[in-house]
Every structure is written in C-alpha cells, then in structure tokens.
Write a protein that binds this ligand. Structure first.
Ligand code: NAG
Ligand code: NAG
Ligand code: NAG
Length: 339
C-alpha cells in the first residue's frame, strides 16, 4: 500500500515538474482574456515613467482617469494602469530605474497591448549650460553612452569606437598623465529591427524618436511650466521647454562635473538619464513610434555642493508630467481611440 502511495507521489511529482517546465511569461488565461478584451477597445497610447516621484507627479495632476471596470493589469510585478487622459485611451506603467527595466517594460507593453506608440517620461540631469533646472527637453535622439571597451593604459585604440576617454587626462596633480584605469572606448548599439534583415543588427550611435511626434511636440515650446516647489522655494527664472536636442542614457547616475563636461563636449548631449535610449531602441526594433520627455532636476555634477535632485526633483517631475499631458492633448484623435 505504502509502496503504491510512494509510486503515486512520484508520478505526481514528475507530472507537476513537467508542467512547471512549460510555465512561461505569457499571462494566465484569465489575464490573457482581460488583455484581449482591453485590446478590442484600443489602441492605446503607451506611457512609461521610471520611479515613484515621477509617478506621484503624473498621478497628482488628476488627468489620468482609471478605467472603472479594469483599472489595471499586473504583469511581471509591474502595474499597467488602464485609463484615459483627456478622453484618449492610455496604458501607463512605472518601469523602474535602469535600462533593463525600461527595455523589458517597453517590449512587454508592445507585445501584449494594442499600442499606438510610447511616450516615455521622467527627470534627468542637465548637461547643457544654456539650460536650467526645471526646464523640460524633448530630444530628437539618444546615445547609449555606457557601452564600453575598457582598455589598459597602453591598449590599442579601436578605430571603430565612436569616442575615447583617457583617465590620465583627469589626474590631479596631472603628473605624467598615466593612470592605471587606462582608457574607455565608446561602442555603438546593435539594433535589430522589423524593418531590417532578420538576424542582422545594424550599428548605430543615435536612436531617434518619432519624427512625426517630435514635430507635433515642437508646438509645446513656450508652454507654461511651474517655477516653485512651494511658497518658499522657487527657481530664479521661468522654466522653458526645448525640443530637438540630443540626450545620453546609461546605467549610471551621473553626478560628476568632469564627466559631465566630457559627455557634453564629445557627444553634444544636453541631458543624462538611465532609461530613454532603451525605450526608444525597443520601439525602433518593433517598428513603433516613441517620444521622450525629460525634466531637468539637477546639473549632473556641474553644481557647487549637493546634487539638487531631492530639492527640485518633484518640480522637474511635475513639469515633465505637464508636458506629457500637453503632448497627449495635441495627439490627433485618429488612430487613438476615444472613450
Ligand atoms: C606602457 O608601455 C610602456 C612601453 O612599453 C611601458 O614602459 C609601461 O610600463 C606600460 N604602462 C603600463 C601601465 O602598462
Ligand atoms: C544647449 O541648449 C541650447 C538652448 O536650447 C541649444 O541652443 C544648444 O544647441 C544646446 N547645445 C547642444 C550641444 O545641443
Ligand atoms: C519647500 O521645499 C523645500 C524642499 O523640499 C523644503 O526644504 C522646505 O521646507 C519647503 N518649504 C515649505 C514652506 O514647505
């Protein structure tokens, strides 16, 4: 009898481990049906922000109205909120810091939901001395500046690298200019895309947002933005919105003046963040339009004293959210279903 039970247990164990073998990231049947139903009422504008302060700023505007019947779908631990902004259907999600979170979330959104394109938004470091904290940028392109070839001091420079940083140039005192950290060569990204030849990536430094959406975003220049965090903390000038510059993305929170200068001089970039190029590249791979809206919270190390992200981050996030809402208001209704 006992033997029979053991055999039965063993069979069950084998059966269930086989079942486990087939578990995949595709949502459960119930979630799948819900997504199917939601998609029938699409398409949606995809909205991806990064972390809690940005989410707080976006939701605090009150412009996002959750779908009363199906306010969200939870996938891979993230909450994809379903609703409308100014009557236009949106799916909004907070992806988490860094390029892996950003790319994984964008891919999942495009795979599972009926999406028109993705508007990605958040705060960023300001690398451009003509811009100020509180300003909002809507760049035309992003470079991933964290794909490196890290070489020995005497390493042979690869001519295909797009730029080089020599640590020896930054010695204090300068001395003989030798530094054991050597030098860094900057690589391009390898982009796979639906419009390219399968299995054959293309190397590019810049990934570009949707030209059509960027043109539409140009009409946001001159919009009114907030100047004050509260009654006692205000920026010296009214913030502005600038469209069409270049940005940098890497898995690095930049708070260093020398590196800030190197990046802005070498790549002519005006902002530094940790997600944008990943979202834009994922959209390009899949053939979807994207736009990125980033508010300046700090000078990425160019400040004297402490980084101002804690002081002005909420203001930058609010100005970013306002620009996102304004852009959504400008999107043509055609192709973006109304309620
Ligand atoms: C670089 O090469 C020179 C000449 O071969 C050598 O003297 C020096 O020790 C090398 N430096 C490093 C850090 O490897
Ligand atoms: C910095 O911002 C100013 C003001 O918008 C712009 O004219 C300039 O082109 C930017 N610099 C770079 C390197 O993009
Ligand atoms: C305004 O915000 C700053 C920065 O968060 C804070 O230190 C200060 O106490 C606030 N002042 C008021 C009046 O709320």
């Amino acid at each position: 009898m006992a033997e029979k039970q053991v055999a039965l247990c063993f069979t069950a164990l084998v059966f269930f481990s086989l079942l486990n073998f087939y578990v995949s990231a595709i949502p459960s049947k119930q979630t799948g049906l819900l997504i199917k139903e939601l998609n029938r009422r699409g398409p949606y504008i995809g909205l991806i922000t990064v972390y809690a302060p940005e989410e707080k700023a976006f939701l605090s505007t009150g412009a996002f109205i959750p779908n009363p019947k199906h306010p969200f779908v939870d996938l891979s631990g993230r909450r994809f909120r379903v609703g409308t902004v100014y009557g236009k259907k949106v799916i909004y999600v907070k992806c988490g810091v860094g390029m892996v979170n950003a790319a994984a979330t964008a891919q999942q959104m495009l795979d599972l939901f009926a999406i028109k394109g993705i508007v990605h938004f958040g705060i960023s470091g300001n690398l451009n001395n003509s811009l100020s904290i509180g300003d909002v940028v809507i760049p035309k392109q992003f470079a991933h500046t964290g794909l490196w070839n890290w070489m020995n001091p005497n390493g042979t420079v690869d001519p295909t690298d797009v730029a080089h940083l020599e640590f020896g140039n930054y010695n204090v005192p300068q001395g003989d200019g030798v530094n054991l950290l050597g030098q860094i060569g900057y690589w391009t990204e390898e982009i796979y895309s639906v419009s390219g030849e399968p299995n054959n990536p293309v190397s590019v430094l810049w990934v570009e947002v949707s030209r059509k959406w960027l043109k539409l975003a140009a009409s946001l220049e001159g919009m009114e933005l907030e100047r004050c965090v509260n009654s006692s903390l205000c920026l010296p000038e009214n913030p502005k919105l600038v469209v069409g510059l270049s940005g940098s993305t890497s898995n690095i929170f930049m708070d260093n003046a020398a590196y800030r200068d190197f990046l802005s001089e070498t790549f002519k970039v005006s902002s530094s963040d940790m997600e944008s190029s990943a979202v834009v590249m994922t959209c390009l791979s899949n053939g979807f339009p994207s736009l990125v809206i980033r508010g300046m919270s700090d000078l990425a190390g160019g400040q004297s004293g402490e980084n101002t992200i804690d002081k002005f981050g909420s203001l930058a996030a609010l100005n970013t959210a306002k620009a996102v809402l304004k852009f959504i208001s400008k999107l043509p209704v055609k192709g973006v279903a109304r309620v």
